[in-house]
Design a protein around this ligand. Structure first.
Ligand code: SF4
Length: 333
């Protein structure tokens, strides 16, 4: 094992809510509740197996970490803190709800070596938050983000596209407000409707309809482009296959290579805005050839339908994520 973060899943026990889209046991793939000895075991194992952990973090994910009982939270943090610092991990990262952040909690997190906090914002539209039973408002995201930055933590925002009641204008509003907050990182999760959730009921009753994958890819590609242009690092697009989602999926935008589909859309948008005639020579860095071709050659087909042929060439001088048309170079995520 070379690098990467060490993940410790703290399931639904951490969360007093039940959002319309959440089946936390499915997302974490586990109902087991970890304790200090489990944290120590996974950290020790990583130290033994990884070449170096100095750039890696111990990550608590799965529920709302700062909403769990205080003594349980400190038990986990104290165990993790033993592995942070000299010869150990770079820090600790965790995810939580925006309304579970205050100064007292941030003091505790700081004391235990936490370096990054990710907030589940999901949408930055109050009506969408209410419809999806989030139990917090947009203002809570602004307040928590402000405090997290004031304390000097790395701030991450997680958003969910395609929620119940969220159309294009709500997605654009979410994008605009995320840019206004300017987090260090984002994760973009197009909604997955899971068995046993309120969204599944709404979907099955016909109350909640979802736009097609094609439309969603355009929205997520626009998000990713805007965040990347603003210097916000995109940590993840779409749920992992290992999140155990496939078996419980009722509807939504799950795809095992969603990030690659989005990169294909981003490459398409750049090419489209730079073609001048009925053919274009597109020079690709090594990591961009499949994105330019698109999933199942969809970009080639897309341009062919518009009477444009795309000639793909390898650009040896280009970076792995770069494309060049004429003199214009585009760097994808
Ligand atoms: S706050 Fe997070 S963990 Fe809690 S119910 Fe909502 S999505 Fe699930």
């Amino acid at each position: 094992m070379s690098r990467g973060n060490v993940a410790v899943f703290v399931p639904h026990v951490g969360c007093p809510h039940k959002c319309a889209f959440c089946d936390q046991r499915t997302i974490t793939g586990s109902t087991a509740v970890p304790h200090a000895e489990d944290v120590r075991r996974v950290c020790s194992q990583a130290l033994a197996e990884m070449d170096s952990v100095s750039e890696s973090e111990i990550a608590f994910f799965g529920g709302s970490f700062t909403a769990i009982k205080r003594d349980y939270m400190t038990e986990l943090l104290e165990a993790a803190a033993e592995f942070v610092g000299e010869n150990g991990f770079k820090g600790i990262r965790l995810s939580t709800r925006p309304d579970c952040i205050d100064r007292e909690i941030l003091d505790i997190l700081k004391k235990h070596g936490v370096t990054a906090i990710e907030l589940g914002a999901q949408s930055m539209n109050d009506r969408v938050l209410e419809l999806n039973e989030r139990g917090h408002m947009v203002d809570d995201v602004y307040s928590a983000a402000r405090l997290i930055k004031e304390y000097g933590f790395e701030l991450g925002l997680q958003i969910m596209t395609g929620l119940y009641g969220s159309g294009e204008s709500e997605e654009v509003e979410t994008r605009r407000r995320v840019l206004e907050i300017a987090p260090d990182t984002v994760r973009i999760y197009p909604v997955c409707v899971l068995k046993g959730t309120r969204l599944a009921e709404l979907y099955e009753s016909g109350e909640y309809t979802l736009a097609g994958m094609d439309e969603m890819l355009d929205i997520v590609a626009a998000d990713a482009q805007a965040f990347s242009d603003a210097g916000i690092k995109i940590l993840r697009i779409g749920l992992h296959a290992s999140d155990g989602v496939e078996s419980d999926l009722v509807a939504g935008y799950y795809h095992p290579a969603l990030g690659e589909l989005v990169r294909g859309r981003m490459a398409r948008a750049f090419i489209e805005s730079h073609i001048t005639g009925n053919s274009a020579d597109v020079y690709c860095g090594k990591g961009m050839i499949s994105a330019v071709i698109g999933h199942k050659k969809e970009n080639i087909a897309y341009f062919a339908e518009r009477g444009v042929s795309i000639n793909i060439r390898t650009g040896d001088a280009l970076g792995s994520k770069e494309i060049m048309i004429g003199r214009e170079i585009y760097r994808c995520i």
